[in-house]
Ligand binder design. Structure first.
Ligand SMILES: NC(=O)C1=CN([C@@H]2O[C@H](COP(=O)(O)OP(=O)(O)OC[C@H]3O[C@@H](n4cnc5c(N)ncnc54)[C@H](OP(=O)(O)O)[C@@H]3O)[C@@H](O)[C@H]2O)C=CC1
Ligand SMILES: O=C(O)[C@@H]1CCC=N1
Length: 257
């Protein structure tokens, strides 16, 4: 996810390669990131923490505590720490850091890589409006971003952080069926993915209700209504609601750890 954000920022032109530094653990990642992305990268977390104005912690949730333990002595009171992990809430960060430091809790998603990310941010009380806007600008360089209150943060992965995975499954199922009908694989992915992308754009750009846009596609006695009826019969909406609630339940569980 960190790589998607870095590449999204660089591709947008809002940040240059020499303004970004990173760390990783394995030689494989260090070689790949320095070779393919071209930013400075090492395995020295302490040094990176000491040198950064805005420090993104893009590790797995269970790695946060150890990394914070390692770097907390290096942080200045002006450093802005940005989290991207579900379940790492502002209070958990305060506990891990042992003091009140500027923290922005966020939840990005992987389409950031291609400038189509959807991110949600929530600052703690020490972050000024100017600082929040600076970080928001970074997130908006690789997609759309919203600031919300922390009580909704556990529900964000279901809607935007994790939801690309759900959409990929939908596209994969459509493409598999198209292949079953005889389409070559590459055309099947292109047709399914572009239709999903186009439908999403219709909602964002026309502001129309999704139900109305769906109705516009369904010719009376035509072919689409047959598919829509089959989706209802097989519980598409129920499956989506169950998936989102399961995702949010897990976020809530991680937040309480
Ligand atoms: N994947 C997604 O779609 C999204 C993920 N997130 C969150 O992003 C975070 C990262 O997830 P994801 O990118 O999928 O995971 P990855 O495992 O792909 O990336 C984690 C990165 O952290 C590095 N790392 C691990 N331990 C350390 C350490 N001690 N010091 C420095 N670097 C370290 C790893 O280095 P190395 O490669 O060398 O092992 C790796 O590059 C998680 O908290 C996840 O919940 C949030 C939104 C969406
Ligand atoms: O699956 C996860 O936990 C991370 C957070 C959102 C997307 N991936």
């Amino acid at each position: 996810m960190g790589q998607a954000m870095i590449q999204g920022m660089i591709r947008s032109g809002s940040v240059s390669i020499d303004q970004i530094s990173a760390t990783a653990i394995t030689e494989e990642t260090i070689d790949f990131v320095s070779g393919e992305i071209g930013i400075r990268i090492s395995d020295d977390n302490k040094r990176l923490a000491a040198d950064s104005d805005i420090l993104f912690l893009a590790v797995k949730p269970y790695v946060y505590q150890g990394v914070i333990e390692q770097i907390k002595s290096e942080l200045s009171e002006d450093t802005i720490i940005v989290t991207i992990a579900p379940g790492i809430n502002l209070e958990t960060m305060r506990k891990y850091l042992g003091k009140n430091v500027k923290v922005i809790r966020s939840m990005p998603n992987t389409p950031s890589l291609v400038g189509e990310g959807m991110s949600v941010l929530c600052p703690n009380e020490l972050v000024t409006e100017t600082e929040l806007n600076a970080v928001l600008d970074l997130y908006e360089s690789f997609g759309k971003a919203e600031v919300i209150k922390e009580n909704l943060m556990d529900a964000v992965p279901a809607v935007s952080g994790s939801s690309p995975a759900f959409v990929y499954m939908f596209i994969e199922a459509m493409a598999d069926t198209a292949v079953q009908q005889g389409f070559p694989r590459d055309k099947a992915y292109k047709m399914a993915a572009q239709s999903v992308s186009g439908a999403a754009k219709m909602i964002l750009e026309t502001g129309e209700h999704p139900g109305k846009l769906k109705d516009d596609v369904c010719t009376p006695g035509g072919v689409t209504i047959e598919g829509v009826t089959a989706l209802e019969k097989h519980g598409l909406r129920k499956a989506v609601i169950e998936a989102m609630n399961a995702t949010t339940e897990r976020s809530g569980y991680l937040s309480k750890q």
